[in-house]
Design a protein around this ligand. Structure first.
Ligand code: C2E
Ligand code: MG
Ligand code: MG
Length: 729
């Protein structure tokens, strides 16, 4: 309890000086100060002690007035009690102390002012005053308490109202979001039982009837296609994870498919315990469709719709990366024959339509077996056989593909018959190099083409090996030339009339350090392809000039001319004319001593410039001869327009001279006509490949001028010719 119990002692901070005045005098001050010091510690008053003393000064005066005027006693007393409460001395202890102080000291301290009132009357008035103070205090205190309670109640009410309004507001907002969201929302308890769905969710999942809607969050997770997702979901439910996210495919009740971006989040209560699950589902079907379309476009040929090169390589690479060494793969590389002609003559739109229909036929042909057909570009297609059973299967497939293309295509009122060539490659899948496989298929396609259109060829590594060897030969040629690995042999050209050697043909050979002696059939074509024929031909020409000069020096007018083979490629070089002339001059050989042989097919094709160069050479005095006449177009009339002086008939004519068992002499007749016509055109005729006396005699009888062949001599070192020419002693 408070200090109100027991003996009450009044402290007096202000000097206790019994006052004799009646208004603010020392007695009033003394009383007010004591009073203030007594009650001040009991309350939580906003006034300081000093302010309290001043406040009670006035109150004290009213106390004295209350005793003095009996009509005012009750009213002033009540007002003093009320004042105490107003000044926040609401603690009952303050009242008790105040009453004690007044009862014990008031009459004494203010005795001088109250002198005129008798003692009994004073005591009676004091009693009344004390009662009035107590009554005023308690009434005021009750009022204050009531009003404070009311305020508290009102504040409480207001607070509740605000909270409820806020709650209603946030709930309304939540409802609006829940109902109007484009994203599907489901709220579930922690066991996964769904409590609420929003309309978007119903729309996304495709049915508003409750029966079809998911009843559990687990149905969103669907453990079949993503076991990892399922275990994440378990962790979420156990409170070990806050969120699970995945792109999922859902099948609606009507069978349509929706792709959704799904997020499941855990909601905890205030204590952090898992309470709810919230599922958000966004329909991403459209985005996915777009992605799929783009993906498809990137991997397919826009014209035919077939897989493109990228997709094909992708698939092939995957097959090559597997480890199963028993698995084999096959490639059918197909290319239309003369497709360019279709495009050029009928236009690209017809060409395009042809490709589309062709693609359809190819796809149909391979659909059952499940092979992939890809368009590699232009008119090139490839069929990928994933589990190849062997070359037999590939050959059969190639036949089927060719057959599928055999029936004419009906395109824009045109009936188009096409053929194609196919290169086949069969290989172990594991560890194969996709680029190498395709290169092999491409080379094999080339073989198929070169063997005639409309067929297929199977890749052989041996054949490839030969090609690699060819490649290596061509690479080695420049060094071989510099190292003197080439040499020239000479074969006599003999005048049939008297068997005199009037000329020799220079024939080049290659003494290869590893492969041994190589004839021109191994490297001349190659040298023409690579352009090496230009320096090689120049070297042969130079050797021939040197040899011609030697023979000239030894045999004078009887020296044989030297016939040198010239590839048309050499004629394409604008400097060729000046070069040949200057080399001949350098060796002091007259151009008339030199014959230049060009094959018939070569001379039919070249450009006007090349022909012009040939004319200039002829004008300079070189003898121009057509080599191997009869193996090409055999157009004698055309030769009239060329600066040609000699014709070398291919050895096939010589072989054809052979009389048939039934006495047929067609070969001889042809030869006779040819020689006759050549002579009319002013050409000297040399027959190649004479191997027997009989052939030599026949040709002489037919009027053929010269002959060349093993009968006279095989090609050999120049010394052999020199020996032959030297008069026998
Ligand atoms: P070609 O100009 O028609 O040369 C004649 C070929 O017939 C030579 O073959 C020769 O050895 C061969 N031959 C000669 N007599 C007979 C015979 O009685 N029977 C048979 N079966 N063959 C005979 P070779 O030396 O193998 O030359 C082949 C071809 O290489 C030449 O055909 C020529 O076109 C080309 N060639 C040779 N040397 C050169 C050269 O330096 N430059 C160019 N551009 N081509 C050359
Ligand atoms: Mg020749
Ligand atoms: Mg020849």
């Amino acid at each position: 309890m408070g200090r109100g119990s027991g003996v009450i002692k009044f402290r007096s901070p202000v000097k206790d000086n019994p006052a004799t005045d009646d208004g603010g005098g020392p007695s009033t001050h003394g009383f007010a100060d004591t009073w203030a010091a007594t009650i001040w510690p009991t309350g939580f008053v906003s006034m300081s002690l000093r302010e309290t003393q001043l406040h009670l000064l006035n109150t004290t005066q009213r106390l004295v007035a209350a005793l003095t005027d009996p009509t005012q006693t009750a009213q002033l007393g009540r007002s003093v009690g009320e004042e105490l409460v107003d000044a926040h001395f609401t603690n009952p202890e303050a009242l008790e102390l105040s009453l004690s102080l007044i009862a014990s000291r008031l009459l004494k301290d203010f005795a001088p002012q109250l002198r005129h009132i008798n003692n009994a009357e004073l005591r009676s008035r004091l009693g009344l005053l004390l009662g009035a103070i107590a009554a005023g205090f308690s009434t005021a205190l009750r009022d204050v308490t009531f009003s404070e309670q009311e305020q508290i109640r009102r504040a409480g009410l207001l607070a509740r109202e605000t909270t409820e309004r806020d709650l209603r507001g946030s709930e309304a907002r939540f409802r609006a979001v829940f109902a109007g969201a484009a994203i599907g929302i489901a709220i579930a308890d922690i066991s996964g039982n769904i409590l609420h769905f929003n309309p978007a969710m119903e729309q996304i999942l495709g049915d508003s009837s409750e029966a079809h809607l998911f009843s559990s969050v687990a149905q969103f997770v669907d453990l079949d296609d993503a076991p990892e997702l399922w275990s994440q979901y378990q962790r979420l439910v156990n409170g070990e994870q806050e969120q699970v996210q995945s792109e999922k495919r859902y099948v609606r009740p009507d069978g349509s498919v929706v792709w959704a971006d799904m997020v499941i989040s855990l909601v905890r209560d205030d204590n952090g315990h898992p309470r709810y699950l919230v599922v958000l589902v966004e329909d991403v079907s459209e985005r996915r469709r777009l992605q799929t379309t783009l993906h498809h476009q990137a991997l397919h040929d826009p014209l035919t719709g077939l897989p493109n090169r990228t997709l094909f390589f992708d698939r092939l690479r995957r097959l090559c990366n597997q480890h199963d060494s028993t698995k084999r793969i096959g490639l059918c590389y197909l290319d239309l024959d003369r497709f360019k002609a279709v495009n050029d003559s009928l236009g690209h739109h017809v060409g395009d339509k042809l490709l589309v229909e062709l693609a359809e036929r190819l796809a149909r042909c391979t659909a059952d077996a499940g092979h992939i057909v890809a368009r590699m570009g232009g008119d090139e297609f490839v069929v990928l056989v994933e589990d190849c059973e062997g070359t037999r299967q590939l050959k059969l497939l190639a036949e089927q593909l060719l057959e599928a293309l055999a029936a004419p295509f009906e395109i824009a009122d045109h009936q188009l018959t096409v053929s194609a060539s196919i290169g086949l490659v069969e290989h172990q899948a594991a560890g194969a190099d996709p680029a190498e496989l395709l290169k092999a298929a491409d080379i094999t396609l080339y073989w198929a083409k070169s063997e005639g259109n409309g067929g297929w060829a199977l890749h052989e590594s041996e054949r490839r090996g030969r090609q690699v060897a060819r490649y290596e030969l061509s690479a080695a040629m420049p060094r071989a030339l510099a190292h003197g690995e080439f040499l020239v042999e000479y074969q006599p050209l003999v005048r049939l009339r008297d068997s005199v050697t009037i000329g020799t043909e220079a024939l080049v050979r290659w003494n290869h350090p590893v492969l041994g002696r190589l004839g021109p059939q191994h490297f001349i074509d190659l040298a023409e392809e690579t352009g090496q024929i230009v320096p090689l031909g120049r070297w042969v020409f130079e050797q021939s000039c040197a040899q011609a000069a030697l023979w000239s020096a030894e045999f004078g007018a009887q020296a044989p001319f030297v016939s040198i083979n010239l590839a048309v490629r050499q004629l394409r070089d604008p400097g060729i004319v000046a070069e040949l002339i200057s080399i001949a001059q350098a060796y002091d050989v007259a151009p008339q001593q030199l014959q230049l042989e060009l094959t018939e097919s070569e001379i039919m094709g070249p450009s006007d410039e090349a022909l012009e160069r040939l004319r200039t050479l002829a004008d300079a005095g070189f003898v121009i001869a057509i080599d191997d006449f009869g193996t090409g177009y055999s157009n004698l009339a055309y030769l009239r327009r060329l600066p040609v002086q000699a014709l070398k008939l291919a050895s096939s004519f010589v072989t054809g001279l052979q009389q048939d068992p039934n006495g047929d002499r067609v070969g001889e007749e042809i030869m006779k006509t040819l020689i006759h016509l050549s002579h009319i055109l002013g050409l000297h005729v040399t027959a190649e490949g004479i191997e027997t006396d009989e052939q030599a005699r026949q040709l002489r009888d037919l009027g053929c001028d010269n002959g060349q062949g093993w009968l006279f001599a095989k090609p050999g070192p120049p010394e052999t010719i020199t020996e032959m020419l030297r008069p026998k002693t």
